[in-house]
Ligand binder design. Structure first.
Ligand SMILES: Nc1nc2c(ncn2[C@@H]2O[C@H](COP(=O)(O)OP(=O)(O)OP(=O)(O)O)[C@@H](O)[C@H]2O)c(=O)[nH]1
Ligand SMILES: [Mg+2]
Length: 1131
């Protein structure tokens, strides 16, 4: 068909009831882009023959080379049905897990989704993920069971087998939907119950019947059932697809049966009684062919059999004739019978028609979203949501594209060329000398030629410079990928850009005059509490796959591109004509960035380009993290190997245009301690559990630090005036998980506590925070309390003893206060409306927290952050010169004045510190390697803070001491830090590795090889079940991230491409070996040899990290320093 004109599309955009905004979702390689090709071909944008081969929506070169989609892209298509015209805004999304953020951006803009499932592979992890995303965003899905041709050609199934197989796949998909539905319904009901329980808290507890909940809730329409018409059977590659409807119509005419009855019975356990011509139930029990097999599958099978398997030319002709098709001479002559097959099937039951029919029938139009909102008349406020910013090459933009010349222009050009030619000829005839020139003339000619030479040289240099300039310029323009929800966006309109944190209920926000004067502000210039800028709409685009078209205005309900927003939006935003509009909530991303690499330019002069490139990359990809470490290194963190490679390629070729050196991936580790294991390395029970670990004896601690028992140390400050008892214990796993999940809440809690310290009354604080936040914080406390109580009596009151979280005040480690005579307020006091117990806080309280923060930020194994460690301060005493403890009440006058000089009103100082950024660890984004520097800078900062205090010191003795040992708060920080580290070292230390969850589908033949690859990389198989009704195994394994590089490639090679893993970050896992372990028992010597260095995985990891950070590595380079001998000479 003819490609629809821009005018037609523009007219259709104004009829929201005829618009469908849809995206195609699926697991990687299930055929989304191939299906999109078929739909695009139906509009004549690409030829029918190329559909499925071109992969038109994969416009990037690396997408074509790798054969996977990496970004979501949109196209507007026209579809006509029953004299009605529709506009389908289609988004193709990537299926690879590394790019799942692109799926989020696509899903948010749509009202419906086409979920594609490869019938051979069945439901895969990303199928789960996309169904969940569609559910969360409340968009309606339809199902395409794709690649049915593979059942015929590859698996050689009979129609009956294929029917049973399809049934199973459908059940698998519906199982996922039902899980989503059930958990959602349960959650809703549980919320309701909680609500009513809260209301009638006095009445006795109501027992609730969950089954009735599920029965009550309407669930019929959420499942995929062919008789409802929301399932399409297809082979996108061969271009065919159908719904039950298609065959119901055909056979109702042919067999004289009721169409509605056929529609209900074509799928299911029904058969046709040929004698009575009636449709009967119970095909399976009576061993009859179900209608679907008899009327649908057998037809398809016979075409494949005749055309592709048997290549029966006569039969082909017959089929073509009986179906009333025409086959082009070119296809008829083609040697490849697949082409012939595709030519027949794509005409017989075009997949595009089948899919688009269901899309317009079953999926909602923007009007159904909310009729009120989808108005586009003048005066209705404009509301647009931008889900991502994506880069387009400038030459692709219509304003820069070369357009075909008009006849007049061609005429003018021809005229100009003719004139030029005439001038040239005239000049030539003039320069032909009739007489030989004199000497003077000769020199003149020479001068002129020289001049011409220089001019041409200069001009060529000029061109070069211009070209260089061009090269240097970024030839990309960011276009916002957006949807209009209300009003009509027009060129020249002045609109506001609202960041995700914009809150219209805040005062001053609606003062538009102020906003207008700050019109020039860009997002980078905004203060931290400002989330609003304004701009004038300049370019509006319509997405057409690889190209964009310019539009003058776009009404509500459409997907569009907006130019000129580069300086106003980082990743996503809401655009509105009024600042009173509430911003859309942030997008939900599945993947978390985990693989980090450091980047540097090959030529130092290119640094600027790299920085600019990183900025663009950060804007273009919401899933990548870009940061500059304290060491000055530029680091990017990506979701996985493929994502990382794409980011680096983009930096090199598009955003930065620089040659880069990319470091080996830096994989994070964590350090932790565990309870003493009960068995040794050869699985023998350890007899004497009370023996201290061997390495404790090996470690030479300084005299003034005493190891009392494993995990408990006593440490003194440098001036010996203060001592502490610090205990390190492993945190219960449950508590650590809660801390991990609630980082955001802990951050809020910390901010609240800080503000309380900064002398704001608790009351006013609590009043200001949102009720939901307060509830969340209380819930966090309850959860922690429960988890602690379940972990033994030692932890019974732990939740009320929490002093701080670390590192960076939010991490998964805890500092507890168990000092018997020190009752400081715990972290919860700010939410519990307790009056501030400011007076009870001892001086230097904050130094202890700082010491703890530094210790947890970089552990002793390889300076990686700690995880799941609990430090308990059991004693904190001041000691006088004779070594006696000074009780707070009994401090002598001398001592007290001296200590006072140390403190010098440390509370107010703490306040100042916070204002000045002193001691405030949480803002410092520090790499573990840079920890030492931080440590030093911490001290210098403290020094500078302390210098004011020193002026106040009157006591000479005190002053002298202080000069020798430095400020007391600094001493205390380093004392606590050292104490924590030592307490840690006296426990069973372990490394924790980041783990990938790895999902693989594989056939039985390659299973052995697959297990070998996983085993070699220290992976662990979690599940390995055979999928019901298929030959495929579903394997779930965990592989350490550090071992995962090249893993996918390795698996692909070893299994000849039959298994494809998908890796997603899952959790932190303890590496089950002590990095300092040496064999001690006879059995261990026997098993591991004397050195046992080959088996210690933790040691290898630890040394890798230490080497990377330039830390000391205990390694003997020469083991036996003897002269080498040749054995045969026997000397
Ligand atoms: N046999 C067969 N192969 C198909 C069919 N549909 C797609 N393919 C093939 O499957 C492979 C992947 O197809 P794509 O369309 O790129 O898959 P995708 O879902 O877009 O993949 P990503 O975008 O990377 O997630 C290609 O080699 C296609 O030729 C089909 O119906 N039958
Ligand atoms: Mg694709």
């Amino acid at each position: 068909m003819q490609t629809p004109s821009l005018q037609k599309i523009s007219a259709l955009q104004k009829q929201p009831s005829n618009i469908r905004n849809i995206c195609i979702l699926a697991h990687v390689d299930h055929g989304k882009t191939t299906l999109a090709d078929a739909l695009v071909a139906s509009n004549g944008i690409i030829s029918q023959r190329m559909a499925g081969k071109l992969r038109y929506m994969d416009s990037r070169e690396d997408e074509q080379v790798r054969g996977i989609t990496m970004k979501s892209s949109a196209i507007s298509l026209y579809f006509g049905k029953d004299n009605k015209e529709y506009l389908i805004n289609l988004i193709d999304s990537p299926g690879h897990v590394d790019f799942s953020s692109e799926v989020s951006t696509a899903v948010r803009l749509c009202d419906g989704a086409v979920v594609v499932v490869d019938v051979v592979e069945g439901v895969c992890p990303q199928t789960h993920a996309v169904l969940r995303q569609a559910w969360l965003e409340n968009i309606k899905p339809i199902l395409v069971l794709n690649k049915i041709d593979r059942l015929i050609i590859e698996l050689k199934m009979e129609p009956m087998e294929a029917y049973l197989h399809l049934q199973q796949i459908l059940e698998q998909v519906n199982l996922v939907t039902s899980e989503l539905f059930t958990s959602d319904a349960m959650e809703k009901t549980s919320n309701q119950i909680n609500g009513t329980e809260n209301e009638n808290s006095s009445t006795e507890t109501v027992s609730h019947d969950w089954t009735s909940t599920l029965e009550d809730t309407e669930d019929r329409n959420i499942y995929f059932t062919p008789d409802q018409g929301n399932v399409i059977f297809a082979s996108a590659y061969d271009g065919w697809g159908f719904t039950i409807n298609h065959f119901a119509e055909q056979y109702s005419n042919r067999l004289g049966l009721n169409k509605q009855v056929l529609q209900k019975t074509l799928w299911g356990d029904y058969y046709l009684n040929t004698k009575t011509k009636r449709i009967m139930k119970g095909a399976q029990s009576k061993a009859k062919k179900p209608l679907f097999v008899q009327f649908v599958l057998e037809n398809i099978w016979s075409i494949y059999d005749a055309v592709y398997m048997r290549k029966d030319k006569e039969m082909i002709e017959k089929i073509v004739k009986s179906l009333g098709l025409t086959i082009s001479a070119r296809d008829a002559r083609h040697n490849d019978f697949r082409v012939k097959l595709q030519s027949i099937t794509s005409q017989w039951m075009p997949v595009s028609k089948a899919v688009l029919n269901v899309v317009v029938e079953m999926l909602p139009s923007p009007l159904q979203l909310c009729e009120e909102k989808c108005k586009s008349e003048d005066g209705v406020p404009v509301i647009v949501f931008v889900s991502k910013m994506f880069p387009l090459e400038k030459k692709m933009l219509p304003k820069n594209r070369q357009r075909p010349l008009t006849d007049e222009e061609i005429q003018q050009r021809r005229e100009r060329a003719r004139l030029r030619h005439a001038e040239k000829m005239a000049a030539q005839s003039k320069s032909e000398p009739a007489i030989t020139p004199t000497d003077g003339e000769k020199s003149e000619i020479k001068n002129t030629t020289d001049m011409i030479g220089t001019i041409s040289l200069e001009s060529s240099r000029d061109v070069n410079i211009r070209e260089e300039k061009k090269d240097d310029e970024v030839d990309l323009e960011f276009v916002a990928f957006a949807r209009v929800y209300s009003g009509t966006i027009k060129k020249g309109q002045k609109l506001y850009v609202l960041g995700p944190k914009h809150n219209p209920s805040k005062r001053n926000i609606l003062d538009t005059s102020k906003l207008d004067t700050e019109h020039h502000k860009t997002v980078a210039e905004l203060d931290s509490d400002e989330h609003i800028t304004s701009f004038t709409v300049s370019d509006l685009y319509l997405f057409m796959g690889r190209e964009v078209e310019i539009m003058e205005e776009i009404p509500a309900g459409n997907i569009l591109g907006i130019g000129g927003l580069e300086d106003h939006i980082l990743n996503s935003a809401t655009i509105s004509s009024t600042p009173a509009c509430t911003a859309f909530t942030d997008l939900y991303f599945d993947a978390s960035p985990i693989v980090r690499v450091a980047l540097e330019t090959k030529h130092t002069g290119d640094m600027q380009n790299l920085v600019r490139g990183l900025k663009l990359l950060n804007q273009a990809d919401p899933c990548v993290e870009v940061l500059v470490q304290e060491t000055g290194e530029h680091v990017i963190i990506a979701a996985g190997e493929v994502h990382l490679q794409r980011c680096v390629d983009d930096l090199k070729e598009r955003y930065g245009k620089v040659d880069l050196n990319v470091s080996d991936p830096i994989v994070p580790f964590r350090e932790t301690i565990i309870t003493r294991p009960k068995t040794d390395m050869v699985n023998e029970a350890i007899m004497n559990q009370n023996l201290p670990a061997k390495h404790i004896q090996l470690k030479k601690f300084e005299d003034d630090e005493e190891v009392i028992e494993a995990g408990l140390v006593e440490v003194y400050t440098a001036n010996k005036k203060c001592y502490l008892k610090i205990r390190a214990l492993p945190l219960p796993e449950k508590v650590t998980c809660i801390l991990d999940e609630n980082q955001h809440n802990i951050k809020i809690l910390d901010q609240l506590t800080n503000e309380v310290i900064l002398d704001q009354s608790v009351e006013s604080q609590v009043n200001e925070i949102n009720v939901d936040t307060l509830e969340a914080l209380k819930e966090l406390k309850e959860k922690l309390d429960k988890a602690f109580k379940e972990s033994g009596k030692n932890w019974r009151n732990a939740v009320n003893e929490i002093w701080a979280f670390g590192p960076r005040r939010v991490g998964p480690n805890i500092l507890l206060n168990r000092i018997s005579d020190y009752k400081r307020p715990n972290v919860w006091s700010s939410i519990e409306r307790e009056s501030s117990c400011k007076d009870n806080v001892r001086d230097f309280d904050n130094s202890i927290v700082s010491g703890f923060e530094i210790a947890t930020l970089a552990g002793p194994l390889c300076e990686e952050p700690m995880r799941g460690v609990c430090y308990i301060i059991e004693k904190w005493e001041y000691v006088d010169q004779n070594g006696y403890i000074i009780q707070n009440s009994t401090i002598g006058e001398n001592e007290s004045s001296r200590l006072n000089t140390f403190k010098s009103d440390s509370l107010s100082k703490e306040g100042d510190d916070k204002k000045n950024g002193c001691n405030n660890e949480q803002d410092v984004n520090i790499s573990s390697a840079a920890k030492q520097e931080v440590d030093n800078s911490e001290r210098t900062r403290l020094d500078s803070c302390e210098s004011n205090e020193e002026l106040e010191i009157s006591d000479n003795v005190g002053k002298k001491k202080q000069e020798v040992y430095g400020p007391f708060s600094g001493q205390l920080i380093s004392c606590v830090k050292d104490g924590c580290r030592k307490a840690f070292q006296t426990q069973q230390q372990r490394l924790m590795a980041a783990m990938y969850k790895c999902d693989i589908q594989a056939t039985a033949e390659v299973l052995g090889k697959l297990y070998a690859v996983i085993g070699k990389r220290n992976g662990r198989i979690q599940e390995g079940d055979m999928r019901e009704g298929t030959q495929m195994f579903n394997i779930i394994a965990y592989v350490p991230v550090i071992e995962s590089f090249g893993f996918a490639e390795d698996i692909r090679k070893k299994t000849s491409g039959l298994a494809r893993p998908q890796l997603v970050f899952s959790h932190w896992e303890v590496v089950d070996v002590d990095p300092f372990w040496v064999p001690t028992t006879e059995e261990e010597y026997l098993h591991f040899g004397e050195k046992a260095d080959c088996a210690n995985r933790a040691l290898v990891y630890m040394n890798t990290v230490r080497t990377r950070k330039g830390l000391k590595v205990d390694k003997k380079i020469v083991e036996h320093a003897e002269k080498q001998r040749t054995l045969t000479k026997n000397k």
